[in-house]
Design a protein around this ligand. Structure first.
Ligand SMILES: [Zn+2]
Length: 415
């Protein structure tokens, strides 16, 4: 146990720990090989991701937003490459991310579109997954799983899931937020539910959720909520949450993850790229934490303006775990601010980042971009302690980094 005494030694030790610790990525949208076409991967998928389509849409005049998102994959990817990588430099975080991912995954001539495509040609899904997990130094990921997607349900029903690096989370958005359209599908699946949410319907919804969570081995249930989310409230969503979702979570003893702050379809023509952000009222979260002390909640918020309030809430409630810098907050300047703020008020009792990767290759850049920010934030905090004669050891730094990169989450969920 040798103490670290100089800023240079601190920087080297923190960097080595942060780079060398394999991450548990607690929220992604990627899939293991068994899910076939649901696993998006490769340079074309990277380029047509909706972040980049939204940025391309800003700089073209010859295609409407509808026509842009309707382009076939190959043409769409070339269009994005032309506009964001040839007509101008890829300075935005999403555009830069593609370059980082491609480089980390072995593309040598990063200016050549043909060389980029050639690097991934013929790579099997299994090889691709291994390559990306190694490059990103990720030990495991949690997927986002929707039993109402027939392709996905088929894989689960056939018991094909095999890869132990991939864990499940049960996505409940359609049930909670679009009950009128979803109830027929539960009926078709053999659950006696009623569109009008009769008293007998809630236990049936809960049974659907517990059946699927058990089938998947779900680590948590997850929902992304609009900025207008309110609790308590007399709405279908609030009633389903209270009478079906929370009882099911209780029975399963798993957390409910809430991702709060989406303003859906600001520009509907851009599809996913057309969603925006709204400032939420987090008193809904405070209400849930207080009323359900035995229930654990995971929380990430989309609006920068909600971040401070979210950290303060997490200080109050031990059943609330803050995680990640989500979507519009996943930019280095904001990630740094949020991470420092959380360290300052929560110590190590939060999970500073998740990748939210929807394309496998994105794992490589999300973690490559986050690690240096964590190094910087930790060096600042350990540095303050050293100024007063508290010298950390390498073992202590390793322990703290392990907590931040998945360990604290595992403690929180009891795994
Ligand atoms: Zn997500």
């Amino acid at each position: 146990m040798s103490e670290i005494r100089t800023p240079a030694a601190l920087e080297a030790a923190v960097r080595a720990c942060v780079e060398g610790t394999a991450v548990l990525d607690i929220h992604t949208h990627i899939y293991e090989e068994a899910f076939g076409p649901l696993l998006l991967r490769g340079p074309e998928e990277l380029l047509i991701y909706h972040y980049l389509q939204a940025e391309t849409n800003r700089v073209i005049d010859d295609l409407t937003p509808q026509a842009l998102v309707a382009l076939p994959r190959e043409a769409a990817a070339r269009q994005v490459w032309r506009e964001l990588y040839e007509a101008r430099s890829p300075l935005s975080e999403a555009a830069r991310g593609v370059i980082t991912a491609l480089r980390r995954l072995g593309v040598s001539d990063i200016r050549s579109y043909e060389a980029i495509l050639a690097r991934f040609a013929g790579l099997s899904a299994a090889e691709h997954i291994d390559l990306v997990f190694r490059a990103a130094n990720v030990r495991a990921v949690i997927m986002t799983n929707d039993p109402l997607n027939p392709t996905e349900a088929g894989v689960w029903m056939a018991g094909q899931k095999r890869d132990r690096r991939f864990h499940a989370a049960l996505r409940i958005d359609p049930i909670l937020l679009d009950w009128r359209a979803t109830c027929e599908r539960l009926v078709a699946a053999g659950y006696a539910v009623d569109r009008d949410l009769t008293a007998a319907t809630y236990p049936q919804i809960a049974r659907f959720l517990t059946d699927w969570a058990r089938r998947m081995g779900a680590v948590y249930m997850a929902v992304s909520l609009p900025h207008t989310f309110t609790m308590p409230e007399d709405s279908p969503a609030a009633r389903i949450l209270t009478h079906a979702v929370l009882p099911a979570c209780r029975e399963l003893e798993i957390p409910l993850a809430m991702m709060v702050g989406v303003r859906r379809r600001v520009v509907p023509e851009l599809r996913d790229g057309g969603d925006g952000v709204g400032r939420a009222d987090l008193s809904a979260v405070a209400y849930l934490c207080r009323e359900y002390p035995g229930q654990k909640f995971l929380l990430t918020v989309l609006s920068r303006e909600n971040q401070h309030e979210a950290v303060v809430l997490a200080r109050k409630f031990r059943n609330l775990h803050l995680f990640g810098c989500w979507w519009f907050t996943n930019n280095p300047s904001i990630v740094e601010e949020i991470t420092r703020e959380r360290l300052e008020m929560l110590g190590t009792s939060f999970t500073p980042q998740h990748s939210d990767a929807r394309v496998l290759d994105q794992l490589a850049y999300k973690w490559a971009h986050f690690r240096p920010i964590l190094v910087k934030a930790l060096c600042e905090k350990y540095g303050y302690l050293m100024d007063e004669g508290w010298y950390p050891t390498e073992e202590e730094i390793e322990r703290d980094v392990r907590l931040l990169l998945g360990g604290e989450f595992e403690r929180f969920v009891g795994r």
